[in-house]
Design a protein around this ligand. Structure first.
Ligand code: GLN
Length: 187
């Protein structure tokens, strides 16, 4: 049976994730309001965008607590860029935190302004070489116990996994390289 993946669709690059998953034959459902989280799904994607806006909307729409509960209960979850910030336990340069289900500390906008966004290719454990688009990206400053570091770029952690939570600083959904999503689906 084909997998069904929920994509948080409050703000940001959710359509790109849906398109990429469609090429893999995966069904997606958009989470826009609290009743949407009552459906059953096999995994959750938290897209890139603006973590402060997404965090505020998650609270306003009463979705923060139920999603935190589902992730803590073991729902496989993939956070990209702002999605990584939502998952992080703490942020060094922002006093706000959101879902806080993953024991990582991140630094927001760590590569500077939009103009300093860049593309590179690096190896990701379990996945292989992956093209990485960084757009005002965060990186992981430190990880708690049981967090596996999956990739570094310039000695900074840009991908990590904790149980079934996967977080990356970059945007795999803007490429046609599907390996990161396939790895997530394997969780
Ligand atoms: N700079 C954004 C933030 O701090 C993340 C950027 C992105 O998701 N591309 O939330």
């Amino acid at each position: 049976m084909s997998k069904k993946i929920a994509v948080l669709a409050l703000q940001g690059a959710f359509i790109e994730h849906e398109r990429l998953l469609a090429t893999l034959g995966v069904t997606t459902v958009e989470l826009r309001q609290s009743q949407d989280v009552l459906q059953s799904y096999d995994g959750l994607i938290l897209p890139g965008g603006e973590s402060t806006v997404q965090g505020k909307l998650l609270r306003d729409m009463h979705m923060l607590e139920p999603l935190r509960e589902q992730i803590t209960q073991g729902l496989p979850t993939f956070g990209t860029c702002a999605g990584m910030i939502l998952l992080s336990e703490s942020t060094t340069n922002d006093r706000r935190s959101h879902l806080q289900t993953m024991p990582i500390t991140v630094k927001r906008n760590a590569y500077g302004r939009q103009s300093s966004s860049f593309i590179t290719t690096a190896s990701v454990t379990h996945v292989g070489m992956v093209p990485m688009h960084f757009i005002r990206a965060p990186y992981i400053e430190s990880v708690g116990s049981d967090v596996e570091v999956l990739a570094t770029v310039d000695d900074m952690i840009v991908a990590a996994q904790y149980k079934k939570q996967l977080a990356v600083s970059f945007h795999p959904e803007v490429t046609d390289h599907t390996a990161m999503h396939e790895y997530f689906l394997s969780l």
